[in-house]
Design a protein around this ligand. Structure first.
Ligand SMILES: Nc1ncnc2c1ncn2[C@@H]1O[C@H](COP(=O)(O)OP(=O)(O)OP(=O)(O)O)[C@@H](O)[C@H]1O
Ligand SMILES: [Mg+2]
Length: 227
C-alpha cells in the first residue's frame, strides 16, 4: 500500500506520523519504504536521530529522499519491491505533494483543530479533486492531530471536515501529548518511547488500523478500451 501523509499547512504532524506509522508497520513484519519528499528533510533527520539512539543502522525500515516528479516515477518503480511505501511531503502545494497524490492509495491528512488549519483544508480539497483526475480511486482521509482531549473545538472541527465532500473524516483523534515531541527528539516512535504513554500508543494504533485497512488497498485499474 502507498500512503502519503499530506496537507498544505506546516506543523500538523505529517513527518511525526509518517515515521511513527513506518515503525508500527515494520514491527508487524512488513517491509516498509519511508520516502522523504520534503526539502526540509524532517523524516530523514528523524532517521538519523534513530540510528544514533539505536546505535545501529537497522532502523526497521528503508529511508530515501525523493524530489520533484521522481516521487511519482521512483515510487511507482519501487512499489513492487516493498510491502508498503509511506511518503512524507512538505506542508505546501508542491510538485512532490501532487506527485504523491497521483500514485497513493491513501492520502492521510492530519489537521490541528484550529481555524487557520481547518480553513487550509479548502486548498487540500482542491488538490484532491485535481489529483483524482489521475487517480480516481484515491482515499483521502482526514483526522485530528495535536487535539485537545475534549471540547467544542473538536466537534466544530469535525463538522467542518465533514462538510468537505472531497475527503472523508476518520474518527482517530490524536491528542496533543508531550510524549510525541519527546519520542521524536530521540528518533523513536511513541510505541517505543520510555516512559510509555499508553494513551498516545493506543491513539497511534487506532490510526494505524484505520489507515492500513486492507480494503483501502485498491489499486487503480485503467478503464478497458472499448472494442
Ligand atoms: N499528537 C501530537 N502531540 C504533541 N506534539 C505533536 C503531535 N504530533 C506532532 N507533534 C509535534 O508537532 C511538531 C510538528 O510536527 P511535524 O514536524 O511532524 O509536522 P509536519 O506536518 O511534518 O510539519 P511540516 O509541514 O513543517 O513538514 C513536532 O514538534 C512534533 O513533535
Ligand atoms: Mg514535515
Amino acid at each position: 500500500m502507498i500512503i502519503t501523509l499530506g496537507g498544505v499547512k506546516g506543523g500538523e504532524g505529517k513527518s511525526t506520523l509518517a515515521t511513527n506509522l513506518a515503525i508500527c508497520r515494520s514491527t508487524k513484519g512488513y517491509d516498509v519504504l519511508l520516502v522523504d519528499a520534503d526539502k526540509q528533510r524532517s523524516a530523514s533527520d528523524f532517521t538519523l536521530a534513530r540510528k544514533e539512539t539505536l546505535a545501529s543502522s537497522d532502523t526497521g525500515y528503508t529511508a530515501i529522499q525523493l524530489q520533484s516528479t521522481a516521487v511519482r516515477d521512483e515510487v511507482q518503480h519501487l512499489a513492487s519491491k516493498y510491502d508498503d511505501i509511506i511518503i512524507d511531503v512538505g506542508g505546501r502545494d508542491t510538485v512532490e505533494q501532487r506527485a504523491a497524490i497521483a500514485i497513493s492509495q491513501v492520502y492521510a491528512i492530519p489537521v490541528v483543530p484550529s481555524s487557520y488549519d481547518l480553513w487550509a483544508l479548502e486548498q487540500v480539497a482542491s488538490l484532491i479533486e485535481e489529483g483524482r483526475a489521475f487517480n480516481p480511486s484515491l482515499h483521502a482521509l482526514c483526522f485530528l492531530n495535536k487535539s485537545p482531549s475534549r471540547g467544542k473545538d473538536i466537534t466544530d472541527a469535525i463538522a467542518l471536515i465533514q462538510d468537505l465532500t472531497q475527503l472523508t473524516y476518520i474518527d482517530a483523534i490524536l491528542v496533543d501529548r508531550k510524549a510525541w515531541r519527546d519520542a521524536t527528539a530521540k528518533g523513536v516512535s511513541v510505541i517505543e518511547y520510555i516512559p510509555r504513554n499508553p494513551k498516545a500508543i493506543d491513539e497511534l494504533w487506532a490510526l494505524y488500523n484505520t489507515l492500513f485497512d486492507p480494503q483501502l488497498d485498491t489499486k487503480h485499474k485503467p478503464n478497458r478500451r472499448r472494442q
